[in-house]
Design a protein around this ligand. Structure first.
Ligand code: CA
Length: 482
């Protein structure tokens, strides 16, 4: 496959968009797309379920993630990227449509993008319409049949049981038919090969798919959605062995905060559905350490699968004309504020990993620009030389990929249930309202002084001006996306 070198291609693109930042809500009219005389780059679009930005390349832990680290060393690592709504289906629907969530749109993990935002052309469909072969493997949308028209072939998912140990499958079977989803324990380590796990099969399928796609004339948009480190933390023993029990520590703020609104907290219900976790009350500290260990192990397991796919891309000589985007659908609480899973407006739930590797462009740089996941759709359009559709609510960050020192946008907005939240360079402000708009509570954290969000400043007299400013900002944004 031959193509123009990226710098030439990028210069052409930047001349077309004139370095202009597209307005926050794009009003640019969709134009009839002219076929680019140069073959556009392929896109490898890697989603990782429930991956928080605690990878080694983010410099925050001893997590073993050599393959994602290498990708980051060859691309741009975004230090401050945020999801729009911290739960699987809703976050993915928002990212894939570049439409923001509201109180009634994109609200749960079961969200269907095509039902909540009818008539909106999502990312995959748009790229298909513009001449790409589009393929979905694994968990991309929450539902395999969401926006099925936008894939060139039926979406594919691995089919294999979650647990490898018979004792755990027995627990699942014993719960079957009791009126709720049968769940086994929250973690497992087994001496099984990668290919017996869903993500191992997914990596295999992605490698085979790349071989096929490399023979096509058309560029491809290959979406590969890994499901670990989503619960349950089931992966091979070799990944657990990368970490010693002794080095697993509970977070310093492993306590339920008393100065935040009740609406900001939850009971970690997703975790409590597993057979080894108490339905209510404290979770034993030993179990909590196991959960953190299991999460780390699953991240390393997924990192290894991602490494196989990236190596295949290289082996097929596709690396130099393929853009790679790696993103997590939301953050994850590993005991901070005594919370587990996502489903809240704390930074730990909203903050995601995002790495973009564009051949020949800003290799190995980091960016502190605020990025929202609705920005990914317009950025990929810019990189591909495709006009933006009129509905897009994100802003292209192509200028930041070109110069990662640029400041970018001033805010990242998100929401979950009764909570609306906004992140600025310095603050995170969240407020909770009922359906009629009555204020239930608020939180203000100063990230320069308190990155762990341990002190709610919203009630302090000296901060009232900042609280009003950010509260008004949220109110204005809700006029567009109620
Ligand atoms: Ca998820």
């Amino acid at each position: 496959m031959s193509t123009a070198t990226f710098p030439t291609y990028l210069l052409n693109r930047l001349m077309v968009i004139g370095f202009c930042f597209i307005p926050w809500i794009s009003q640019i009219q969709a134009q009839q797309v002219e076929k680019n005389p140069e073959k556009p780059f392929n896109i490898l679009f890697i989603a990782v379920d429930d991956l928080r930005p605690q990878l080694n390349c983010y410099g925050k832990s001893k997590m073993v993630s050599p393959n994602i680290d290498r990708l980051a060393s060859e691309g741009v690592l975004f230090e401050r990227a945020f999801c729009m709504v911290p739960t699987c289906g809703a976050s993915r629907a928002s990212l894939m449509t570049s439409i923001r969530p509201t109180r009634t749109r994109f609200t749960t993990y079961l969200t269907y993008a095509e039902k909540d935002a009818p008539g909106i052309v999502p990312l995959n469909t748009y790229f298909k319409q513009n001449g790409y072969t589009t393929v979905s493997l694994g968990k991309v949308y929450h539902h395999k049949d969401d926006h099925a028209e936008g894939w060139s072939e039926p979406a594919w998912r691995p089919r294999t049981q979650a647990y490898k140990l018979e004792e755990n499958m027995k627990i699942v079977r014993s719960q079957a038919g009791k009126g709720k989803k049968a769940r086994g324990p929250s973690y497992e380590s087994a001496d099984a090969p990668d290919e017996e796990y869903p993500d191992g099969l997914l990596a295999q399928q992605a490698m085979e798919q790349l071989s096929q796609l490399s023979k096509n004339e058309e560029p491809f948009f290959l979406a590969v959605g890994f499901i670990k480190p989503h619960l349950p933390f089931v992966c091979p023993q070799r990944d657990w062995d990368l970490y010693s029990e002794e080095e697993i520590q509970l977070p310093p703020n492993f306590a339920r905060p008393e100065d935040v609104p009740q609406e900001a907290l939850h009971n970690s219900g997703e975790l409590r559905a597993y057979s080894d976790i108490p339905a209510k009350g404290p979770i034993p500290e030993e179990t909590c350490r196991k959960l953190i260990h299991g999460y780390y192990a699953c991240v390393s397991f997924t990192d290894r699968q991602i490494g196989k796919v990236l190596q295949k891309l290289e082996d097929l000589n596709l690396k130099e004309n393929t853009i790679v985007v790696l993103w997590g659908d939301h953050g994850w609480n590993l005991g901070e504020h005594n919370l587990w899973c996502k489903h809240c407006c704390f930074e730990t739930s909203m903050h995601i990993p995002l790495i973009v590797r564009v051949p020949g462009l800003s290799e190995g740089q980091g960016s502190y620009a605020l990025i929202e996941t609705v920005d990914i759709y317009p950025t990929l359009c810019d990189l591909a030389g495709i006009a933006l559709p009129t509905h897009v609510q994100g802003k292209s960050f192509l200028p930041i990929l070109q110069d990662p020192t640029l400041a970018g946008k001033e805010t990242a907005i998100g929401r979950f249930r009764d909570g609306d939240t906004v992140r600025t360079d310095k603050f995170r402000y969240s407020e909770y309202t009922d359906k009629k708009g009555k204020l239930l509570g608020k939180m203000l954290f100063n990230h320069k002084q308190d990155p762990e969000e341990d002190q709610n400043l919203a009630e302090q007299k000296k901060n009232q001006e900042k609280v009003s400013e950010l509260s008004n900002y949220l109110k204005e944004s809700k006029k567009i996306n109620p």
